[in-house]
Structures are given as C-alpha cells and as structure tokens.
Design a protein around this ligand. Sequence first.
Ligand code: AGP
Length: 608
Amino acid sequence: MCGIIGILSNNLVAERLIDGLSRLEYRGYDSAGIATIWENTIAKRRSEGKLQALKDLLGQKPLQGNVGIGHTRWATHGSPTHQNAHPHATDRVAVVHNGIIENYQLLKNDLLKNGVIFKSETDTEVVVHLIDQALQLGKSPEVAVQETLAKLHGAFALAIIFKDHPDVLIGARRGSPLVLGICENELFLGSDAWALAPWTQKVCYLEEGDVVIMKRSDGFTYTIFNDEAWAPINRPVKHLNLATGAVSKGGYSHFMLKEIFEQPQTLSDTLLSLIDAETQTSRINLPIDFSGEHIRIRLIACGSSYYASLTAKYWFEKYARILCEVDLASEFRYCDPVLGKHDIFIFVSQSGETTDTLAALNLAKAKGCVTLALVNVPESSMTRTADHHILTLAGPEIGVASTKAFTAQLAVLCALALHAAAQRKTIDTVSVHLGELLHVPKLVAQVLQDVSLFDELGLRLSQTRDVLFIGRGTNYPIALEGALKLKEISYIHAEAYAAGELKHGPIALVDKLTPLIAIAPNDAWFEKTSSNIQEVATRGAPIIILTDNPAFTVNCPEFHKILLPKSTPLNACFIYTAAVQCIAYYTALHKGTDVDQPRNLAKSVTVE
Ligand code: AGP
C-alpha cells in the first residue's frame, strides 16, 4: 500500500522525505514523488517505478524548501504513470493520499461541471481541487480541509501543504494509518512510526477521524481535532524504541530469504515469550477465561494470516475442545454475521493495519465481544484497538510475502490453544505439547540446513504454468499457504486442495504438465494421502512429495521426494511451511521475478 511522509522543519526536507519513503518501500509501490514549498511556489518531483528513479531526478533537479510531503504510490485508480504519481497539486495546495475516495467520481463530475481541469486519473485529485476551491474563497487551511473531509466517503490518510501557508502541514486519518512524529524543532507525518524512527521516537498515533494541524510560526506546535466534533482532543504521546538503521539484507540476496532463515530465532523468541521452558507451562497472561461451556473462538484474518488461523482451528478443537470458526475478514464484515455473547474474537495480522481485518475488529468490538489481536507490528492500529493483544516477535518483516511472521503466528496460536486446553482441563498432555512446541525452532533449522534440493526443484518448477498442492488436517492450510507463496512471488498459477477433495472435481486439472506437490508427513493420514498421490500419478502428472517417510515411492514419469525431519501432528506444520517457503523462493529466483516486492502486491493492504 501507499506510503506517506510529511516534514515541517527549519531545515531543507527533500532528502529526508526520500529517506522516509525508502523506509516505507516494503509496503509495495509502483511510483513515487515529493513536493515542497520554496519561494512561494509548490514544486514537485515525481517518477514511475522505484525510488531510485526519483532520487536520480532529484539529483538532476534538486528541491529546496523546509516543508514538504512525499509518497510511494500503490496504484488503485489510474495506472502507475508519472501523471498519476503523487503528490497531486494546484498552485495553492499539494496532497498525498493513502486509501480510496469511494465517492470520487460524483465529486469529480461536479468539479468538471465547474470547469476544473483534471490532470490525472486518480481519486486523490478531487481532494486537491476541493481544498483549492475553499482556499480561493478565503478559507483558512484548517477550514478548507475540514469542509473537504466532510464531503469524502471512503478511506484516507492525507498529508497536505499550502503555498500561501508554508508554516503549516496538515495530516488527516480515516481508515488508513497515520502517525505524528514530534521533535522540539520539527514535526513529521508518516504511514508508520518506523519510517520516522531515525528522526524521532516520540510519536502520536492519529485515531479514526483525527486531523492534525501542525504549525511552525510560534515554535513547532500541533493541535489534533476529530472531524466529528472538530474540537481539539488529546492523543497520548508514546516514546518508542524502534530500530533506526535501515534493515539490511544481512548478506542474503533477498529480504525474504533472510527472513526464512531467521525463523529458528524468531520462533524461539516468540515461543519463549509464551512458554516457560523450565516448567513447560504457559506464560500467556490474558484476562480471558476460555473455560466457559459456551465459549466459541472466532478467528478473523486475510491471506497468509487466514491460513494460520485455519491451522489453529484444528488445535483449538483438538486440544481445547472449543468450537472454532475461521472467517475471511473481507467476507465477515459484510455478511451480517451472527455474533454470540460468548464468542472470543481473535484477529490475526502481521501488519496490524489490514483494512478488512481492522474493520471486522471494530465490528466485533461494537457488538461487545471480547477481542484479541495477534499482531507482529507493535503499536499498530489493531494492537491499539483490540481489548487485548499478543505480539508475534518476528521483528520487522520486509519481504512482501510473509514468512517468519506466518510461522510466528502459528506458534502463538498453538500456544494459545494449549493455554485454553490447560484452563479447560480437556487434556493432561499440555506440558508435553508445549515441549514439542519448544523443539520447533530446531526442526525448522534442520529443514534449512541444506536447501539445495529446494533450489533444484525451484529450477524445475520455474518452467511450469500450473501447480497443484494437497494436504490433510493441519497440512491442508499449509498447502494453501504453499500455493499462495508460490503464486505471489513467482506468478505461477498454483492451487491447493484438501487431499480428500481432489476426486470431487479438481482432479480434472491433472495432466502431464501440472506437477502435484503433496504435503505428506508420515502421520495418521499418510496412507490416505498416498492413495491420492497415486491417483494423480496414474494420470501422468509429475509428483513432488514432501515427507519424512523414506520408503515412499510412486510409479510415474517424474518423481521428486524431499525428505524432511520426523514430525508430530503438532509440529509438522512448521516443518512443512519452511519447505514450501523455500520451494516458492527458489522457483521465483529462477524465474527472475521481484521476490521482495512482487508485482501488484503490497505488504500492508490498507484499502478494501
Ligand atoms: C502474505 O504472504 C501475503 N502477502 C498476504 O496474504 C498477507 O498475509 C495478507 O495481506 C494479510 O496481511 P496481514 O497479516 O498484515 O493482515
């Protein structure tokens, strides 16, 4: 999703706008730009493609000015061209925007009727012209913004500068995150606190409907209004301790590869925050009672976080004997769901900012249900909105395709299911299972000890057009995750099915050109899954089996077996996740796609 930076200073700002944008690149984008005010003029520099193109442009045509805004654009309305890149501006005002103005066409039609000339295809440009019209009527920047926001439907984070008011920077938040950074002689706006960390660790998170008016005239002051009452409100100032250095690849060729290999450590960090290794008991300290007879767990998420939630359903029901439902956030929020008063809602999100998941969280809160957020980014919207939260300790995940955050989510969810089982006294093997969990980092490290077979397989798969994945039980959501990883970074069409579902239609897809990747640990389901593999093999499809059963073989034209560490039903998903991550990574590497920032994707989906 788009990234926003704003700086109000006594010093030049252009270079730091670029620095701030570079810390937001991980969000995914396809064009970038900045604007400053200098000698009573709004000056813009915008470019298609990556940030380097903008840096090169600024090298040729530097920008002066000590107030400015910057933007990395993930295209929603209008192709990723120079014309559609932000900032958008008139002579009087410049705006950068993250989100979607849902009623922009109506507003644009009215503006066109009034003779306004549009230069872009974007929804954002209507905001610029509405503010500009109010300024022409002599309205102050605050009033011009206030009146404009009242006309907008949809989601936005905005940063706005004004030619005739170079001492003012305004930010507004409705549906997309925006953070105010505070220094004695400078003020900042950013899409997240991490982007501002090299300049300030003192931040204020704008809440829904907040507008911040930042001024330089009488010292660097700011006032926050909420667009409902438009009365000044106080938001807590937080003092963070975020890493200030740019996250490096640490010698790896991609952030994704680094983050795959970080998993033994990030899993250990996450698990040890949840489990007392000495006593093999839960350290989870939540004021949530899971022991009630009518308790129901409702897991809500998107993408990989949804697949982690599907995996957790098996654990909550098997170990804690709690009915567990899993919903896609984008469906849940619009299907007028039935919410039970004993429902415990768990929202799973790496970014803590995913619009659909955050909206579902607000819906559950509004109905008075207990809400728990499992999030990787501290201080994100979901951690500040949910009644309770548990952090996955995977650290900043830069690769757009989730890896270490996904396995950390599995770790938290498994530990939470066992924590609930201990409260409900449904099994007397909680300590044993917690011990199994504590062993997971070593098992994942074993998978990653030698990735040469994944590399060979990646070369083979890089020539395919379609791939099928299958799995049973907790291996089914891992098959889904494996298919998502492969398709999102290699652009190869990949689908996953519950192994038992193949015969109900998908087996029609099987042919000699469509490899099958079977996730088949030597568990209680192995015989059944091997029958499914045979059914596919007899139709000539290339077979790739991930297993810890060395004896397994199948008669088919092309057969690959990747032997993985011995597993249990509880820890298999971690082992096989690491394997499918590596398969996806090496396939994409051989295909030559942009592994860390795949086309069309964003790290944090803050629009619907
Ligand atoms: C993960 O590889 C994907 N990039 C994507 O599906 C992601 O999991 C999804 O957008 C949810 O994001 P969140 O965990 O930050 O809410």
